[in-house]
Design a protein around this ligand. Sequence first.
Ligand SMILES: Nc1ncnc2c1ncn2[C@@H]1O[C@H](COP(=O)(O)OP(=O)(O)O)[C@@H](O)[C@H]1O
Ligand SMILES: [Mg+2]
Length: 488
Amino acid sequence: MQPQTAEDLADLAIDLGLVTSDQVQRAWSDAGGTGVPIEKFGATLLRRELITRYQLDRLLRGDRVGYYFGDAKILYQVGAGAFARVYRAVMRGSSETVAVKVLRNRFSQDAEKCKEFRREGEMGRLLRHPNIVAIEDVGEANNTSYITMEFVEGQTLRDLVKKRGALDITRTIDLMKQLCAGLEYAHKRGVTHRDLKGSNVLVSTKGAAKLADFGLAAVDKEYGDEVLGRMQSPRTVEYAALEKLTGMKNDNVRSDIYFMGALAYFALTGVSPLGDSRDRAARSDPRRFLDVVPLAKRAPEMPADIRETVTQMMHLEPLERYQSISDVLRVFDGLAEAHAPGGTASKRKARVATAPTASSSTSQPRVMLVERSGQAQDTLRDFLGKLGYRVLVTENAQRALKRFSSTPFPAEGIVFSASKLGQEALEAFNELTADPFYAKVPAVLLISGRQTQFAEQASCDDLRRVISSPIDKATMQETLDSILATKA
Ligand SMILES: Nc1ncnc2c1ncn2[C@@H]1O[C@H](COP(=O)(O)OP(=O)(O)O)[C@@H](O)[C@H]1O
Ligand SMILES: [Mg+2]
């Protein structure tokens, strides 16, 4: 029921636990007595900062819910996205400031989906890193689901750049180092972002950069499927469009690297490489990736090492991109030293040469690794890296073959790892000898101890060899040396 008098308003506010009766007593004398008009008393409560405008508006409407989500007392709305609203709030008792993200009504009807949202929130909760916005609590209240998280005092990267224009090089490198560190932490735990964009980067007033909304993209896709009528969700649409163009579906890690590159491009130039369209059809059109103005053209004065790094992150061929965010982080570490204020030109040269930048990678021999498990990918990438190879990773054996069906080959040869892929790896490996089309593609088939039958079924020749685990460095080196035309 809507409060009619100042006293009704006071009772409601006390009843809801927004103010204490002591506070109200003092407010009465300030306002000039209990008989004052309701608007005047409301204004007094605002002036004394006992309640906020958000709370007053709700009180005047007679709302009884929406003031609290769990123990978080909502102060005011700070932003809204496609599927949720974000509020600034304080925790009951501790008065700690938090951000509360509340699912919009149209998404909160489906109990199953709410559960999903909370489950994803729970997963995000496991990510604890200074460059990731920490999720504190996940819950259900007022017929919807919410997440409370660390409140970042500052602004989004999007707003920062919109307001101030392009950031300088040193600031951008620092920002990228922080974001890559956060992303590396998550990728190592098997969590990809899939919604990297300027508004999901929060830059604190103290200069810390943090990634927000980890893991929520996956939930949102679910919502997109059902609520939006089996369409791609509005949030993951960008990633899906890119992957449609490259032919690599759910290419999570490398797609994150692409969009991280897009963030760097945006910070350095003040212009979003993919444009600002809010139109769904435009945003889901794969051709927009072909229209990106090369950084060399957009900012010809930009130092070459920075330009090349960002360009390689945004390479349209996923296998030409950096293959892991750790690689990207290392490059930005090198760039930070090279572009440190007061750094000399010679120092600059030496440092950058050691970083795996686009220019150094062209001379380094490459192998394509086909491996399904993320952890094994890391191990094998390291292993092959130590032997001097740059490693391109894919999870799909047939896709790897396809990449070798046109010249120039994307790599010197293929390493199929069969431990997880099993039959799929063996079949692709054998296709190389069966199909004259692949006559010149060298390959190694790595098999686990339990796959000895594969060794018999594999068709080997001068260019195709089988290695069984445990794999030692010498055997691998020797094998690669003998089959690959270009040696590391
Ligand atoms: N943890 C946070 N701390 C402070 N502000 C936040 C936080 N999370 C989100 N915001 C603000 O809320 C806005 C809306 O967030 P969101 O619903 O995720 O939509 P989007 O990311 O599309 O902008 C953001 O643009 C940002 O301004
Ligand atoms: Mg967001």
